[in-house]
Design a protein around this ligand. Structure first.
Ligand code: 0GY
Length: 315
């Protein structure tokens, strides 16, 4: 079914809307689980998309996000500013404020942001900023501007979320390791999962985590990273089928070696997927394959995100 983008915005051609009726996961999430990476898009009529955006998504507002949270069984979520909203965080702030304390945010800000604006974002629930280095999504921002922003948000206790592609890690290494905050890497630094898990590309990312205990990783987005593609049948798994099996060794390696520095998220509403839209219920069923014990699941889904986003709440 088509959900046209509103507010005079037309979706990017070929845009895939989110999965209409996600299955109920077989994996039962631990109480208090956090979806630590999701987005809101607009709606464009209320929260216009940024002029500098590289794509125009379908509208995907807070009501649909909250419904998905409840359907999948999450207690809380972390809403990450998507590039289609640039540094206009109003949709994210509105969702956080409307969530009754169940959402935190990761914003995008420019060098021109004022102290009062940062404090207002904090009051709304923002706990981090996102620096995006994926060239198809953003124009280049000078590193000194990003470093200045990082030094200004550090006293608030915020962290920096970084999004980049694996081939760019060598060039970004010195910048990441100089950041004065905790650094959270989106989607495992986007490894090429057709390369060996013990190969040099993923090895470099593991080395980054080993040598820098302030760097964390989201073990998210198997649907984006998989070369093998989605499960054969929409909405259910065949007997013994592992969803996005080719991504499992990568994510599991990180979870097992760095259990206290990993986060997981749905990435709903899944921007820029060209070939298939994942069933979010099956994405949840990916979790026990990468975090095979209740202890690892609890760290990944509850303890770690709570420490980073809700430190004031005792788990
Ligand atoms: C993601 C991935 C993507 C997009 C964005 O902010 C964004 O536009 O993050 C992508 O296209 O790979 O995490 O949502």
């Amino acid at each position: 079914m088509s959900r046209p983008t509103t507010g005079g915005f037309t979706k990017t051609e070929g845009w895939l809307d989110w999965f209409e009726a996600p299955s109920r996961p077989r994996f039962v999430l631990p109480p208090g689980a956090v979806d630590a990476h999701c987005h809101v898009f607009g709606p464009g009529a209320e929260f216009p998309y940024a002029p500098e955006r590289k794509y125009t998504p379908c509208d995907a507002g807070k009501a649909e996000l909250f419904a998905l949270r409840d359907h999948l069984g999450f207690a809380r979520h972390v809403i990450v500013q998507a590039t289609c909203h640039g540094a206009d965080n109003r949709a994210l702030v509105d969702a956080c404020v409307s969530s009754g304390g169940r959402a935190r945010g990761v914003a995008t800000v420019r060098r021109s942001v004022t102290e009062a604006e940062l404090l207002a974002l904090h009051a709304a629930g923002v706990r981090g900023v996102r620096f995006n280095f994926v060239k198809r999504l953003v124009d280049f921002t000078p590193r000194d501007e990003l470093m200045e922003i990082a030094s200004r948000i550090a006293p608030l206790g915020w962290h920096v979320v970084v999004y980049f592609e694996a081939q760019d890690l060598p060039e970004l290494w010195d910048f990441f390791t100089a950041l004065p905050t905790t650094v959270v890497v989106d989607h495992m630094g986007r490894p090429d999962v057709s390369q060996p898990v013990d190969g040099p590309q993923f090895g470099l990312f593991l080395r980054l985590l080993r040598e820098h205990p302030t760097i964390w990783s989201k073990v998210s987005c198997p649907e984006r990273l998989s070369v093998g593609g989605p499960p054969a049948l929409p909405g259910r798994l065949a007997a013994g089928e592992v969803p996005y099996a080719d991504v499992v060794p990568f994510a599991r390696r990180i979870v097992e070696e760095f259990p206290d520095r990993v986060l997981w998220g749905t990435d709903w509403p899944h921007p820029n997927l060209k070939h298939h839209m994942p069933d979010d219920g099956l994405l949840v069923d990916f979790i026990p394959h990468i975090a095979p014990t209740p202890q690892l699941q609890r760290k990944l889904l509850v303890d770690n995100p709570m420490r980073l986003y809700w430190p004031e709440v005792a788990c």
